[in-house]
Design a protein around this ligand. Sequence first.
Ligand code: UD1
Ligand code: CA
Length: 438
Amino acid sequence: MSISVVILAAGQGTRMKSSTPKVLHEISGKSMLFHTIDAAKNVSDDITVVLYHQAERIQKEIEESYEGIHFHMQDAQQFPGTGGAMKGVKVNHSKVLILNGDMPLITTGSLHALMEGDADINMSVIQLDNPNGYGRVVILDGNVHEIIEEKDCIPAQREIQTVNAGVYCVRKELLDRYIPALSNENAQAEYYLTDIIKMAVDGNKTVHPVMVQEEEFKGVNSKLDLAHAEEIMQERIRAEWMKAGVTMHLPQTIYIDSRATFEGECILESGVSIQGKSKIIDSHIKANSVIEDSLIENSDVGPMGRVRPGSTLIDTHIGNFVEVKKSILTGVKAGHLAYIGDASIDKGSNIGAGVITCNYDGKNKYKTTIGKNVFIGSDTQLVAPIIIEDDVIIAAGTTVNKNIAKGELAISRAPMKTIKNFFYKFFLTESDKHKGDK
Ligand code: UD1
Ligand code: CA
């Protein structure tokens, strides 16, 4: 791959109204910047991210997830603007693709389109009914002649509907020549990257406009933009998995994290949320269930089941209002209203309604281990740490606070008693008493 990628991500993003840097806002479980980096990795082995605002935090997050990404600190005090961002950036290859960190919907296909041909510069352009906020592009004889930033436009130029989408593929030698020559004599007193276009045109270089889709190149600047981008991302993710064979009922109501995966025949009912790096294999997730960072194989969950991070369900049935957390269940049935946390439960075991693993004593978490063919009656509390061996029966309502050996019955129950006619004595009213007086 003989192209370098530079991702501009130094801007502050004030319109997000957040203490989190703009490019770290997530879309479908992954930050905008990571979506961009992932697309860039498909076309390049030399990626540089330009940072300034909250640079340390962003660099740290990138380094935790990626190897070999380069960083460049913009001197934004002295050289503000997109051109200032490119000042001093070092790249390895002879062509440079310049991307923005707030364009999470950009696809590898579009990046390829921008890399094609032998023009000196390829520049992304969009045709818009409402060009507000964008630099206007003048095209003459099929080549880009000029870009005028909105704040520098005269009224006639504002009418231009061909705009700069902000992504470019430029020969490195041109960047080396033009970036140091940029000036900030414009309405915003910033160093505009777009001025290299004028320099190229003046130097008889070819600047080729590449028509791109607005949807992919729209920058995310506000929480509203973020929500719109996520809708589009969700449509793409769902379409991709349906193509791969996942059945979805009312797909518009289903949320799937961009890191989640499916194998075999899976069914997702309406309102299901698959979060984190979940992996679902040959399973049926029923209406309004939430799965987070878990592996689910040959199992069914819900309706209204919740599987929290770190769980593995194999050959298992989880019914309504059952919460499972950081537990391994193999061949288990838990049909109704239970909390299973920090547990491992083996084949053929049945968890009754209202069963709770008491896994937390206010300071620490403890494990519950349940063997094969264990029948746990309704409303049982399992006070962890606890080990229940194979072939055990636990009577309904038992508080289990000792390990139970293979084959045993466990029962803890205060003896029940009855009091005759208590109801009538308790509810007898004054008038009932007077009736009795007659
Ligand atoms: C830029 C283009 C404009 C185009 C628009 C498309 C310039 C001068 N103008 O405008 O023609 O229509 O994008 O969205 O380039 N950034 C830095 N350092 C900075 C300033 C910005 O790294 O000092 C980064 C931002 O984080 C962002 C990208 O550059 O990722 C674009 O910056 P933005 O402020 O959105 O550019 P616009 O003024 O909208
Ligand atoms: Ca912008």
